[in-house]
Design a protein around this ligand. Structure first.
Ligand code: SAM
Length: 226
């Protein structure tokens, strides 16, 4: 594991016993409702922590058994262990495929997923995560993520140092949608959700069905103006 990943895993391992599941479950349920993955779609919960998103998807799917398990992946063994314990109480057996692993790159084949979800974590992963999600989504597949708005976001001590430096937090939901659009997604939409004193942006967007058009070289003999 790289050193930054080791620091992140240690910080979240230390937090796992006191993690604010009630807050994160509310954000995750709002994200899952906003993206609305269909029961048959393959879904990943990236940087799943204690599994807020995976559990929200499993809850919706409880009425539609038989689909593929939600892939739930995180660097922190402590967070994943807490997630497994929650799932044993809250989700049907086999509904979630837990993995302790880095999110970059995801251990998924190109175009191998219908839906990528990521709650409260993209600001740790940074922009390369958006590029990797484009890789693993099938054409037309969907992404959903949340990011805290700058207003009211004050990460403490060790956590501030873990934040990605290549990704500015959004001031508004429109800023968060623009981040998806600028990263190559299309049809981006966003809204905010406020839980207690904190407001986050929920974003959903699609991977284009066609690769971006490449600029064509001028045809032989074409007249160019300078
Ligand atoms: C604030 S928690 C959010 C967890 C969960 N998604 C939720 O909504 O409660 C951030 C999570 O990102 C994970 N994380 C950060 N960087 C990661 C990376 N490079 N690969 C995998 N997980 C990562 C941390 O271990 C932590 O569990």
């Amino acid at each position: 594991m790289t050193q930054p990943n080791q620091r992140t895993a240690q910080a979240f391992d230390a937090l796992a016993g006191d993690y604010d599941d009630a807050y994160h479950d509310r954000i995750a349920r709002a994200l899952v409702a906003f993206v609305a993955p269909a029961p048959a779609e393959s879904v990943a919960d990236v940087a799943c922590g204690t599994g807020a998103v995976a559990l929200a998807v499993a809850a919706v799917r409880a009425a539609h058994p038989g689909g593929a398990p939600v892939l739930a992946l995180d660097l922190s063994p402590g967070m994943v262990a807490a997630g497994r314990a929650r799932a044993a109480r809250l989700a049907p057996a086999g509904a979630i495929d837990w993995r302790v692993a880095p999110a970059l790159p995801l251990p998924v084949a190109d175009a191998g997923l219908d839906v990528v979800l990521c709650a409260s974590s993209l600001h740790f992963l940074g922009r390369p995560a958006l590029a990797d999600w484009l890789r693993v989504l099938r054409p037309g597949g969907r992404v959903g993520f949340t990011l805290p708005l700058t207003v009211g976001f004050h990460p403490g001590g060790a956590f501030a140092e873990l934040l990605a430096t290549d990704l500015a937090l959004p001031d508004t939901a429109a800023d968060a949608a623009a981040l998806a659009q600028a990263s190559g997604f299309t049809a981006a939409a966003a809204r905010t959700v406020t839980v207690g004193a904190r407001t986050v942006a929920l974003v959903r967007a699609r991977k284009p069905t066609q690769p971006p058009a490449q600029p064509q070289p001028p045809a032989a003999g074409a007249v160019t103006r300078s």
